[in-house]
Write a protein that binds this ligand. Structure first.
Ligand SMILES: *Cc1c(COP(=O)(O)O)cnc(C)c1O
Length: 465
């Protein structure tokens, strides 16, 4: 399998190359040159597989020959083994006749990010082992990528990780899950700015090719294709348990950077019958506005009670736009240039229509989010986190007349956002035993202004050791 850049100018690469590269050298994102697809018969055969074996079937076409069959199987067994504290890995919980939650928070850091990052850490080991050259990960986090990436790479020999979070804009549990990891290959950095500022700094570093080569820069954000790929698996897993592929399933996805919902689109391209994908956002609603108006335009970043979705510029939107624009790399380059120069760009009629055929979008504010958390507790006895509540609320609004099964992705454990959950329900969700002493552990991190030079200095300082 070859991968091409959404901006059409970078060399195509195989899976190992895109995993280590992260962002393409022309500033684009890598996508498979063609979407692999299964027949309905083939999908039906997968219905009896457990999570790790299903992951093998879904992932293998993307990995190609870069990892041997047995090695890949072993890697997947290890990834979706003991670190996930539920035998089903991604269990479904029923809320009503037609509505289910897909619980994606049983991994080590309590958010769905573990599904991809626990695997990505293993791919990094696999692909750096022979090269003999260490890699430097620089990532931006709105909270959950950071803890998941750090957990997945802590102590790995050939990997150094620098994780940027917007100071004061992540929950205390999120911050502590990052800053209490003190392995020497881990550096946490609080930036005086927003998540978008952090993400822009990371992108700037990638576009400095001298620096990039000097430190062996690699990405763990969902600009890294391997992350999206790993997330495709649970769409298959859920649909197969609810009558798929002989019944269409709708998914509602709490969305920030558009990575998770893009994985749903990929599952659909691979042949899984998905009726609708609901893009559920908090008041950071760039995607809702784009669906309505056909114009993609940055707004103010608002701090909400679902901070992992406090994102204005959704990186992975570039991937869907590439397909909607008939894979015209020049068109994407132009649009992205206009976005960075003027803060927005206009979709063509065809692109806008294509987007509306695939997705619906709904914005849920903090108040509605709290109400849904309360109602879900009183109506179903389920304590849900604010991100999940955004997804659930959007599904209830958009799919009122829909008759098939609806799955809302439960993207985080309620204890990860304990303050917001307490405020909405009066219940203080308990952290699982492996994190019970989190609030007592010592924290280590550095604070920098929103300034690329300060970041560069920390990374280079570290590499001369
Ligand atoms: C990252 C995250 C999201 C948003 O996912 P994207 O792939 O960025 O759209 C939603 N909920 C939680 C809990 C997250 O950590």
């Amino acid at each position: 399998m070859q991968y091409v850049s959404t901006r059409g100018k970078a060399a195509s690469l195989t899976f190992d190359g895109v995993t280590l590269a992260g962002l393409a050298r022309d500033g684009g994102l890598y996508v498979p040159a063609v979407w692999p697809a299964f027949t309905l018969d083939k999908i039906r055969e997968m219905a009896t597989l457990d999570y790790a074996d299903l992951a093998y079937e879904v992932i293998n076409p993307f990995v190609g020959l870069t990892v041997g069959e047995e090695d890949l199987r072993t890697m997947l067994r290890e990834t979706y083994g003991a670190a996930f504290r539920h035998d089903a890995v991604a269990p479904l919980t029923q809320l009503s006749d037609q509505h289910w939650l897909l619980e994606l928070f049983h991994g080590p850091t309590l958010a769905f990010k573990d599904f991809a990052l626990q695997l990505l850490g293993r791919f990094f080991d696999e692909f750096t082992r022979d090269a003999g050259k260490p890699i430097t990960i620089v990532g931006a986090t709105s909270g959950d990528t950071g803890s998941a990436a750090i957990d997945a790479t802590r102590g790995r020999e050939n990997v150094r990780i620098f994780m940027l979070h917007p100071r004061g804009r992540v929950s205390e549990v999120q911050r502590r899950q990052m800053t209490t990891i003190v392995e020497p290959n881990v550096t946490n950095i609080a930036v005086e700015g927003t998540f978008d500022d952090c993400q822009a700094m990371v992108k700037d570093l990638f576009n400095d090719h001298t620096f990039r080569d000097q430190v062996g820069l690699t990405a763990v954000n969902s600009i890294n294709w391997a992350r999206v790929m790993a997330q495709v698996v649970y769409y298959f897993y859920a649909a197969l348990r609810l009558g798929g592929p002989d019944r269409e399933v709708a998914f509602s996805v709490p969305t920030g950077n558009f990575g998770d919902v893009f994985a749903g689109y990929v599952a659909k391209r691979m042949g899984l019958p998905i009726s609708t994908l609901v893009i559920a956002t908090n008041s950071n609603d760039i995607l809702v506005r784009t669906l309505e108006t056909g114009r993609y335009e940055r707004g103010e970043a608002n701090a909400t009670i679902s901070p992992s979705m406090d994102i204005q510029v959704a990186s992975n939107f570039e991937r869907i736009l590439f397909d909607l624009a008939d894979r015209d790399g020049d068109r994407i380059s132009e649009a992205m240039q206009e976005l960075s120069k003027t803060g927005g760009f206009e979709l063509t009629e065809t692109e806008h229509q294509g987007l509306k055929d695939l997705f619906v979008a709904e914005k849920i504010d903090d108040n509605e989010t709290r109400i849904v958390m309360g109602n879900t507790l009183s109506g179903c006895g389920e304590l849900i986190d604010p991100h999940t509540a955004v997804g659930l609320s959007a599904a209830q609004k958009r799919l009122g007349a829909y008759e098939g099964p609806i799955v809302t992705l439960a993207t985080a454990h309620p204890a990860k956002f304990g303050d917001a959950v307490f405020e909405a329900t009066g219940i203080n969700p308990e952290l699982p035993p492996h994190l019970a002493d989190l609030m007592e552990r010592e924290e280590v991190f550095e604070t920098i202004p929103n300034d690329l030079r300060a970041l560069r200095a920390i990374i280079l300082g570290g590499s001369s050791e």
